[in-house]
Design a protein around this ligand. Structure first.
Ligand SMILES: Cc1cc2nc3c(=O)[nH]c(=O)nc-3n(C[C@H](O)[C@H](O)[C@H](O)COP(=O)(O)OP(=O)(O)OC[C@H]3O[C@@H](n4cnc5c(N)ncnc54)[C@H](O)[C@@H]3O)c2cc1C
Length: 546
């Protein structure tokens, strides 16, 4: 089903292909997950959640700030990419008005005038991007590179940053598998390919990338690189930045191809400057990636641990011994209890508490079996109880659907948002406790008790990431309510040795902590690079670099 095409006061239907997601919610409307009456009653009883009394506007009722671009500007853009690939109609601007964080979705529900890019431009080739960047630098128009629009940190917000206007540069036409080198195990993929598109092209040749973030269905190869994305299989295949062998980037100062050999001692690795650059230093058009043959088999096993500390220590042992799971993750007691509230029998076993962990192993039958055997020996010795394969398979089956629940919670009057960080194993417990208290205290001060759940989502030999999910009753101003909680959590993260973001990136939302994260000199280095590649400063102003 095609999501409804938004039409604001400018009622012209969309003239460009729409992003595949709903403009005001996650994903495919057919997969929406309405809350049962039991869950609604539970939310009201436990957290005081009651439905909002102001219905959200329909797409037709949304009022957008009018486009600031002149007819002459639009004609000049059309002269570069073709009139069929530029639009300043509300129906094309609204779906690119922001990303998919809870604040973004709350802003989409506003009946005030909403901001949006002044036009959407869909370039079809590198020459066109180069010409668009030159035109925008000359006419002082900001440019926001747009992949899947799944940013949860304000990365695609239409920030003008002192310029007269801002365009959304949608990369969807860069959608080719440019090459596959089966000898080296490398593929060059267009930046605009979504996760499923990239995997389908590779699967047709017997290969896989193996990058499965929860936003997999909609996020793009360029977006993964620009945000240093981390997928659920990163224990086995690494983060996206680990997979990148080369990049092609177009900047207002020229094009750059990076990554000449599998390893190099030719000075600092400049790929690292553009990985995570969030559209502020250049437009990534193609990424050369390490790929592997499609795994022949998968083995699943779920586990129960008596408490989070025991489970976390077990995961650390697995990672430090390098026993090779593709997926390994563990929920804390609260997250486990919420999962169990949905079903109390896991894998045929009666589970009454503790912490649930999931493991998955891949490879040839021999590789997967050996990795499974070695890992389960470690987990058993560390206090784990096997729950069999069913719960791990169920997790894998439903792993991309959780964001639909957030939409239903928001509609039901709950505030639901996530945040993430990472630190060393030694500091993990203190960081988790500090962030949980900061969130609970800040939300209590705003008048609501909160449910704070956490899991270890990614592991490394020296540490792990923590992923928090927060549910509370929405107060009168949920944006300010979440803003206070987020500020408290961010401060607690920095005070307890965590990074402000392990994989969501910086955007606008984490900007206040960037100087503390990388120091004054770090900020000056980023600014110096920005001056070199984007002297006019048109690329994604107001994001990443303080
Ligand atoms: C429900 C949900 C679940 C998520 N789960 C995960 C997860 O498991 N792991 C994870 O890492 N992240 C996750 N995210 C965050 C988000 O999906 C990632 O940051 C993703 O990598 C963004 O890709 P995108 O194509 O949607 O980029 P966009 O949202 O379009 O853009 C993100 C940033 O990258 C820039 N950008 C995009 N394309 C390019 C390009 N070609 N060249 C230069 N700059 C570009 C944009 O300007 C922006 O600053 C999740 C988000 C949501 C909403």
């Amino acid at each position: 089903m095609t999501p409804d095409a938004p039409t604001g006061p400018d009622r012209t239907p969309a003239t460009l292909p729409l992003p595949p997601m709903k403009w005001d919610a996650w994903g495919d409307p057919d997969l929406a997950k309405p809350l049962s009456e039991d869950i609604r009653a539970l939310l009201e009883q436990a957290l005081g959640v009651t439905p909002a009394d102001h219905p959200a506007p329909t797409a037709q009722e949304v009022v957008l700030r009018p486009s600031a671009l002149s007819r002459e500007d639009l004609d000049a853009l059309a002269g570069i990419v073709g009139a069929a690939h530029v639009s300043s109609h509300d129906a094309d601007r609204l779906p690119r008005a922001g990303g998919k964080s809870t604040p973004d979705l709350l802003r989409r529900r506003s009946r005030e005038v909403q901001d949006a890019p002044d036009a959407v431009v869909l370039p079809g080739g590198e020459d066109e991007i180069t010409a668009v960047l030159a035109l925008c630098a000359e006419r002082r128009i900001a440019v926001v590179p747009f992949g899947g629009g799944t940013s949860v940190v304000g990365g695609v917000d239409p920030v003008r940053g002192g310029f007269t206007a801002v365009i959304s540069l949608d990369l969807r036409r860069f959608d080719r598998l440019e090459s596959l080198d089966e000898v080296s195990g490398e593929a060059v993929l267009g930046a605009g390919l979504t996760g499923p598109q990239a995997e389908a092209l590779l699967a047709a040749r017997g290969y896989e990338l193996g990058h499965y973030p929860q936003s997999f269905r909609y996020a793009t190869v360029g977006g993964f690189a620009a945000t240093r994305s981390s997928g659920q299989n990163s224990a086995g295949h690494g983060r996206f930045d680990d997979m990148v062998r080369g990049l092609r980037v177009l900047t207002p100062s020229g094009a750059i191809d990076l990554g000449r050999a599998p390893a190099s001692a030719a000075g600092p690795d400049l790929r690292q400057l553009f990985l995570g650059s969030e559209g502020t230093l250049g437009v990534i058009t193609a990424v050369r990636l390490r790929v592997h043959p499609t795994p022949a088999v998968k083995i699943h096993e779920a586990w129960s641990f008596p408490d989070f500390a025991t489970g976390a220590a077990a995961l650390r042992e697995v990672e430090q011994q390098g026993t090779g799971p593709t997926v390994i993750r563990i929920s804390d007691e609260t997250e486990t209890a919420i999962n169990l509230a949905m079903t109390d029998r896991i894998g045929g076993a009666q589970v009454t508490g503790g912490c649930l962990a999931v493991t998955v192993f891949e490879g040839t039958p021999e590789q997967a079996a050996a990795r499974h055997l070695r890992t389960r020996e470690v987990l058993l010795a560390a206090g784990g109880t096997s729950l069999g394969e069913e719960a791990a398979k169920a997790w894998e089956h439903g792993r991309f659907n959780a964001p639909y629940l957030r939409d239903s919670l928001l509609t039901a009057g709950a505030l639901c948002e996530t945040l993430e960080t990472a630190t060393s194993w030694a500091g993990l417990a203190a960081l988790k406790a500090a962030v949980t208290s900061a969130l609970e205290d800040a939300l209590r001060e705003s008048g609501s008790s909160a449910l704070v759940m956490c899991h270890i989502s990614h592991v490394y030999p020296t540490g792990a990431s923590l992923y928090f999910t927060v549910v509370a009753a929405q107060q009168d101003d949920p944006l300010e309510q979440w803003g206070r909680a987020k500020r408290a959590a961010g401060d607690a993260i920095l005070a307890h040795g965590g990074t402000i973001t392990h994989h969501h990136a910086v955007g606008t939302d984490h900007l206040p902590w960037m100087t503390r994260e990388i120091g004054d000199l770090g900020v000056r280095i980023l600014r110096a690079v920005k001056d070199a590649v984007d002297p006019a400063g048109i690329l994604n102003p107001g994001k990443l670099i303080p």
